[in-house]
Design a protein around this ligand. Structure first.
Ligand code: AKG
Ligand code: FE2
Length: 308
């Protein structure tokens, strides 16, 4: 299958080819308000006074219950490292199609998978996105640094639920857990309102960390509207994943989101999904489940087609 990047670069594309035309729900509402998702100051969570930590943990609780999304500032992941990640992903997508095809894994358990999106829920509609998914090696610097941030946030999340700070990391064996990179390239689109970059979905895992280049495009479902997210410069976006929803017995929900394109430039985003080891069974924490509203499920099932 031709990548969207290949399609865009193959000539002068004036219109979106019909197979990329996505039938939007005419009832959908996109928020025009400047709504800001909550901001969490990571440095206060890890190095603040007891009072400051208490307040940040309360903010995490509110953010997780009201939005399922928040942005983290002062997280300590250097700008240089984040830029290098974005640049190296860009270089991968710049390779010749035949070279990239060598990484086109067929199986959801392949360690590396390159592809162009195929939305099978709507017959023959394609998504305006090329992706590279990598089950990450833990010694890779960006992997290490994002894991550190995720682990500290998981401690904050545990405390925000009234649990001991290492509760989630221990119960989910996060130290030996899995980390998956999902890198997305959304090429400029001549009619962004007609196509879709990434269909509405929720994320796998416990927590996802997301960085992006200078262009926005993420929209989060909040109170029945799609809210465009404009992260603060240098912040990292965080969202609750499906397995956190199960673990918390639905107290913190994995919120639906999607990605749209723009006409002007290529948007790149890199999500890092943090979860337990692949073999784990995730079930509601007994402390939060009276009664349990979810069954235990295998962590590594088949990812849904909408995010493929
Ligand atoms: O590109 C984005 O902003 C969203 C990416 C995303 O939701 C995902 O990869 O799961
Ligand atoms: Fe996502």
């Amino acid at each position: 299958m031709l990548s969207v990047k290949g399609l865009v670069e193959s000539g002068t594309l004036k219109d979106v080819p019909s197979k990329y035309a996505y039938g939007r729900n005419p009832e959908e509402h996109i928020s025009l308000d400047e709504e800001r998702i909550p901001i969490i100051d990571f440095s206060l969570l890890t190095r603040g006074t007891p009072n400051q930590r208490f307040k940040v943990i309360r903010d995490i609780s509110n953010a997780c219950q009201e939005w399922g999304f928040f942005m983290v500032i002062n997280h300590g992941v250097p700008k240089k490292l984040r830029d290098e990640m974005i640049n190296s992903i860009e270089s991968f997508f710049d390779l010749a199609e035949e070279e990239k095809q060598e990484y086109a894994g067929k199986n959801s358990l392949d360690l590396i998978r390159y592809g162009a999106s195929f939305n099978v829920t709507i017959d023959k509609t394609l998504l305006w996105r090329d992706y590279l998914k990598i089950l990450v090696h833990p010694h890779f610097e960006y992997s290490k640094r994002t894991r550190e941030v995720a682990n500290e946030l998981l401690k904050g999340v545990s405390r925000s639920l009234g649990l001991e700070e290492n509760y989630i990391t221990k119960r989910m064996e996060v130290e030996v857990g899995s980390q998956m990179f999902v890198t997305n390239l959304y090429s400029p689109c001549p009619q962004p309102e007609i196509a879709m970059g990434l269909l509405h979905h929720s994320d796998y895992g416990l927590l996802t960390l997301l960085i992006q280049n200078h262009l926005g495009g993420l929209q989060v479902m909040h109170n029945g509207s799609w809210v465009p997210i404009n992260p603060l410069p240098d912040s990292i976006l965080i969202n609750i994943g499906d397995h956190m929803e199960i673990l918390t017995n639905g107290k913190y929900r994995s919120v639906v989101h999607r990605a749209v394109m723009n006409k002007e430039g290529t948007r790149i985003s890199i999500g890092t999904a943090h979860g337990p080891p692949l073999k784990s069974i995730v079930r509601p924490a007994p402390e939060l489940a009276n009664p349990a509203s979810y069954r235990g499920i295998k962590f590594r099932g088949v990812p849904r087609a909408s995010t493929e």
